[in-house]
Design a protein around this ligand. Structure first.
Ligand SMILES: *Cc1c(COP(=O)(O)O)cnc(C)c1O
Length: 253
């Protein structure tokens, strides 16, 4: 039993998100515990994050809610770095979920190395993969996801769907990287058909990669606060949730 007293503020949002994931999994005849809840923690101070996670762990032991894996994700390298020392004691997977510029690779890898399990979810080019491989100096591999630009919009980050398997094959040649699957940011729409089509197309890429022998590439990171239910129906194994757990973020404008 954690000695920590849970903060009541998180009881409702975390339980609500967890139940939404459970319900979507049941609809899709999937095991709810197979779906990781990645907390998108941008702008949240570290005490807020650790409180939320301690509370979740407490609820798992006291209220028989689904004991699903948790992870933390930051989309800016500077924030990942600032929070790394404080959050590493949670012993969770830590993910960079935002775009990564070449000049920030060293900074990113230093921050991720604090954590029990390190992931870069936004690998989109062979050049970036090669640089990550060359600079990751630990014996355990760096977990990576290929980010797919599912909408095809030139303003969106990610690998074109048609290049995804070539990139997967390239990553396979890099000994310090382990390809764990694919990540996508859904189109900004409430059109459920469009969302489903997008997520099914990412799932099809994952299935093709598995069929080609990328046997660790099982993950599909897709779905956020607004559409995680649809993403789970379409096969998401990681949903990235910020607002639905922590409330609205302060405006950065
Ligand atoms: C912020 C963020 C999320 C979470 O978005 P919410 O709508 O707050 O749930 C998910 N993925 C990425 C890449 C993000 O930057």
């Amino acid at each position: 039993m954690p000695a920590h007293t849970p903060h009541p503020q998180y009881r409702v949002p975390l339980t609500t998100v967890s139940t939404r994931i459970d319900n979507a999994a049941h609809t899709a005849h999937r095991n709810p515990a197979d779906i990781t809840l990645l907390l998108a923690t941008k702008t949240q101070p570290t005490p807020t994050i650790t409180d939320a996670i301690h509370t979740y762990r407490h609820l798992v032991t006291t209220q028989q809610i689904t004991n699903r894996p948790l992870a933390i994700g930051e989309n800016r390298v500077q924030e990942l770095s600032n929070k790394a020392a404080d959050l590493s004691s949670l012993r969770l997977s830590a993910h960079l979920i935002g775009p990564l510029q070449s000049n920030k690779i060293n900074h990113t890898l230093t921050a991720l190395a604090h954590h029990a399990d390190a992931w870069v979810d936004s690998v989109s080019t062979p050049q970036l993969a090669t640089k990550l491989n060359d600079r990751w100096s630990h014996t355990h591999p760096l977990n990576v996801l290929i980010q797919i630009n599912v909408s095809g919009a030139p303003t969106q980050h990610g690998c074109p769907p048609s290049d995804a398997l070539t990139l997967a094959n390239h990553i396979h040649t890099l000994p310090h990287l382990q390809l764990r699957g694919f990540m996508a940011i859904g189109p900004r729409t409430t059109d459920q058909t469009l969302l489903r089509d997008s997520y099914h197309s990412v799932a099809a890429i994952r299935d093709a990669a598995l069929a080609e022998g990328h046997k660790h590439a099982t993950h599909l990171s897709m779905g956020m606060s607004n559409d995680l239910d649809i993403a789970v129906e379409c096969g998401a194994t990681i949903v990235r949730v910020g607002t639905a757990v922590f409330g609205a973020r302060p405006s950065l404008a």
